[in-house]
Design a protein around this ligand. Structure first.
Ligand SMILES: *Cc1c(COP(=O)(O)O)cnc(C)c1O
Length: 370
């Protein structure tokens, strides 16, 4: 019986940096620097330096960071914000939380992310912003989307929860719009040991409004200029993230190597479509997603071989029960709807070795040979 290949292996990563992590966590505890303070500041500064951005505002998770950005931009009732049909619900539920109305555009059939050619037609006088989502680690055509937003005078927000350090023509995800939103959920490319998030921006005034809103509407204790929320990064998560930040470039390179092994080992199999990397971009492979015919049967075959897989995401957002009130149907999102029964994410994490990739590929090949 060969060993189990998990979808993500956070234990393997911890083993590699155990001493540093344990020391960092223990320092936070012995200094009781639980909320805010030195370790949070250290991570914000470190992430700002690594990213080449002026302001990093940390918060509780990558859902809050989207919400905080929109609230700080003054988005609310009567406004509309456009995002993409295939994403995690954070990308759209945060729009509704502001009181604005979410609108969706379909993905494109080649790169499987927001179709920039559909964006202009989706913009109307109520549209205040676009949330572009760089899914799987793959950049959308952010240059074109930024052009459209600029021409229409609307904000561009980037959801970078799956694309830490991905680049488009050498420029990092999150630096194209007014602000970028990051999740450090444990399974993300840069992950904490609990919930964590941050937003980045080069706009000092926006950064200040975000910081204030995330901290009960106060920049100075007891001086609440507005009502806000409580969305804080805690010291332990910040300390873990500061340790991990040192390794993210290596881990990204390892993910990219694993993706290259997959590409080679899966080439020429009838029944699947492999991911295509957008030209002039760096894909950071948060996910290695394929399209697979007879997906459910393939997943079961892989499960029987001890290989875990996942689906990102089984239902396009506008077709979820939560958005029934929008009155949309599969015909409105033909690409997302057409792919939803085929998309499949294969095991992907930095420590995934070549033998494991070969085993996954062999199992897929044997399935389609039947
Ligand atoms: C993970 C994720 C989020 C939300 O992040 P949390 O930290 O879990 O709140 C938002 N958008 C996308 C695309 C994500 O993958």
């Amino acid at each position: 019986m060969s060993t189990h290949i998990p979808f993500v292996d956070l234990k393997a990563q911890y083993q590699g940096i155990r001493e540093e992590i344990d020391a960092a966590v223990s320092a936070v505890i012995s200094e009781t620097a639980f909320i805010g303070g030195k370790y949070v500041k250290q991570f914000e500064d470190g992430f700002a330096a690594a990213y080449g951005v002026s302001h990093v505002v940390s918060c509780a998770n990558g859902t809050d960071s989207l919400y905080i950005i929109m609230k700080a931009l003054g988005i609310g009732p009567g406004d509309e914000v456009i995002t993409v049909a295939n994403s995690w619900i954070s990308s759209s539920e945060t729009i509704s939380q502001t009181g604005a109305r979410p609108a969706f555009v379909d993905i494109d059939p080649v790169y499987w992310s927001m179709d920039e050619n559909l964006l202009e037609a989706a913009i109307n006088p109520a549209t205040k912003a676009v949330i572009a989502v760089h899914l799987q680690g793959q950049m959308v055509n952010i240059e074109r989307i930024a052009e459209i937003c600029a021409a229409k005078g609307i904000h561009l927000i980037e959801d970078c929860a799956q694309s830490h350090f991905s680049t488009f023509k050498g420029k990092k995800a999150g630096l194209f719009g007014i602000a970028g939103s990051f999740s450090f959920y444990p399974g993300k490319n840069l992950g904490a040991y609990g919930d964590a998030g941050a937003l980045i921006t080069n706009d000092a005034a926006l950064a200040e409004r975000c910081r204030m809103f995330a901290n009960h509407g106060a920049l100075v204790k007891h001086q609440h200029k507005i009502e806000g929320i409580n969305s804080r990064l805690d010291g332990i998560q910040a300390a873990v993230l500061s340790v991990k930040l040192k390794y993210i470039a290596n881990w990204t390179a390892q993910r990219q190597a694993a993706a290259a092994w997959y590409n080679e080992a899966l080439a020429g199999i009838d029944g699947i479509v492999l991911p295509v990397v957008r030209p002039e971009t760096e894909h950071t492979f948060h996910l290695y997603m394929i399209r697979a015919q007879r997906r459910e049967a393939l997943m079961e075959h892989l499960r029987n071989e001890g290989i875990d897989t996942a689906i990102h995401y089984p239902t396009p957002l506008p077709l979820m029960e939560a958005y029934q009130y929008l009155g949309k149907s599969a015909a409105d999102f033909p690409v997302s709807a057409g792919m939803m029964n085929e998309i499949l994410s294969l095991p992907m994490y930095p420590e995934l070795n070549r033998e494991a990739v070969a085993r996954v590929a062999a199992a897929i090949r044997s399935f389609y040979a039947k």
